[in-house]
Design a protein around this ligand. Structure first.
Ligand code: HEM
Length: 468
């Protein structure tokens, strides 16, 4: 590996040699900006933009990103690879062990509240744990883990959550039975009804104003520091969230928020906006998992068999369906760039990176290229179950929910919600994917799947197949 040598002055004035990791050549840095950073920004970091999603799918933009990074790895070695974008120092993390280190050594010296994230998330969650620092971060994280029951596969309110998901699935399917099809807008509307009921309670079921307010704030957040704060809208949105916590509905996360004690400064209700925002990603993952199942008959049979086992109305762990959800996020990561900002100079095998460098873990490369072998472009829910499940979970390249002290504290809740919904949808219905002809069992899973365009034909189980 090439090294550049720089000379720094110590406080005593003596010269000290520092070996900096060599920056990417200008042409390669421009390639990273064009094929890695630009598609992520264009598709929308905080809320997805339909036109850019469609463009990315049609042009294979995301595949180019993976190929670009693979070529860089061949040329420069495992990195991290430093580059400067608009005067800011970044380093692309390519090696799974380096990714593990960055995520494990969080928040010091790799802090999750990078300036880009603070700028974006302040639009709707100024006190969220992800953008917090110091003791406040610790106390907010503790509170969030307690309410979401991070370590539990089945949340203490899973009984109630299961029944909410199944009620909304039944209503969605009643519409699909009438029309013979299921389109994204209907799926998404049902998903948001589920999310509002789980997070805020039944009184919020039809509060589409709240979701619309959040949507507008998220659109502003897509521009990070470039967009002015929508202070009035933010106040109205946060007041609406707080009103649900002030009159907590039984069996909702808001009830837990109101009941769980936390030190002053935690801003308990102020953690909720992140949950609402992040549940949107889980809806995308659920829709895409259904698309995978609609096009992979063997996997659909296995998933349906699991859905039909046991008591559907009681909470179940549904490991295979959880594997389907995990595969959906592995194949199409909803956080393609996991960012950490270094709080001090850090040392790597090939040299050093300065303090204030943003380390970017590019998950599409780790999830689809050699580090994800042997499954890479194959839909393989079985890799997350049983003995192999331990291997997948232990593989530092596979980061659907990130990992370490700032890893997703909602993972189990997401897997519970998505697997319960998929089970309810599969029990008595079969699906064929009317959109996306490129999704086929024999072909590599495409690098992008525009969820806004998803359209299924729906058949009662027993008539038709999952691949008609
Ligand atoms: C498919 C759905 C989801 C995926 C793939 C996902 C993934 C992630 C990832 C990758 C991070 C790390 C972000 C970073 O470091 O920049 C994260 C953080 C977080 N997620 Fe999720 N998430 C999902 C849904 C949820 C839900 C539904 C909740 C809450 C109910 C949630 C709560 C959080 C919180 C609070 C953090 C910040 C943790 C911290 O900073 O300590 N997530 N999630």
């Amino acid at each position: 590996m090439r090294l550049t040598e720089a000379t720094a002055q110590t406080p005593t004035g003596t010269a000290e040699k520092t070996e900096l990791l060599p920056p990417l050549r200008a042409r390669d840095a421009a390639g990273v900006a064009a094929d890695v950073l630009l598609p992520v920004l264009a598709q929308g970091v905080i809320v997805r933009r339909p036109s850019a999603m469609s463009l990315a799918e049609r042009t294979g933009w995301d595949r180019r990103g993976v190929e670009r990074v693979r070529a860089l790895r061949d040329r420069y070695g495992p990195g991290p690879l430093p580059l400067t974008v608009r005067g800011r120092s970044y380093a692309l993390v390519l090696d799974p062990d380096d990714a593990e280190r960055v995520l494990a050594d969080t928040p010091e010296p790799f802090h999750p509240a990078a300036r880009e994230k603070r700028g974006a998330l302040a639009q709707f969650q100024p006190h969220g744990v992800l953008v917090s620092s110091g003791p406040q971060r610790e106390q907010r994280r503790r509170f969030v883990e307690e309410v979401l029951e991070t370590a539990q596969p089945l949340h203490g309110m899973a009984d109630r959550f299961t029944s909410v998901v199944r009620q909304e699935a039944a209503e969605l399917l009643a519409g699909a039975d009438r029309s013979g099809q299921l389109v994204w807008d209907e799926f998404d509307a049902a998903w948001w009804r589920i999310v509002r009921r789980l997070v805020l309670g039944d009184a919020a079921r039809d509060d589409t104003t709240l979701t619309a307010q959040l949507g507008t704030l998220r659109q502003a957040a897509n521009w990070s520091l470039l967009s002015p704060r929508r202070r009035r809208l933010r106040s109205a949105f946060l007041a609406r969230v707080r009103s649900y916590v002030a009159r907590p509905q039984p069996g909702s996360l808001a009830e837990r928020v109101a009941a769980v004690d936390a030190p002053a400064g935690t801003d308990r209700a102020g953690q909720i906006p992140h949950w609402l925002f992040a549940y949107d990603a889980a809806g995308m993952a659920a829709g895409r998992a259904l698309a995978l199942l609609a096009t992979h008959p063997d996997e659909a049979d296995r998933a349906r068999a699991e859905a039909l086992e046991g008591q559907p109305d009681t909470p179940r762990t549904l490991p295979y369906l959880r594997g389907c959800a995990l595969e959906s996020v592995r194949l199409w990561p909803t956080t393609p760039l996991i960012l950490r900002e270094s709080t001090e100079e850090t040392s790597w095998e090939g040299g050093k990176l300065p303090a204030g460098c943003v380390l970017a873990v590019y998950t599409p490369y780790l999830h689809r290229a050699e580090p994800a072998a042997p499954y890479q472009d194959i839909f393989a829910p079985q890799q997350w179950t049983g003995e192999t499940g331990r291997a997948a979970r232990g593989n530092p390249a596979l980061l659907p929910f990130s990992s370490g002290p700032a890893g997703c504290p909602g993972e189990n809740l997401v897997l519970l919600t998505v697997s319960t919904l998929l089970a309810a949808l599969l029990e008595r219905h079969r699906y064929s994917l009317a959109s996306h002809p490129q999704l086929r069992p024999a072909a590599p899973v495409p690098a992008a799947l525009d969820h806004f365009a998803l359209r299924f034909r729906v058949h009662p189980a027993g008539r038709g197949t999952d691949t008609d």
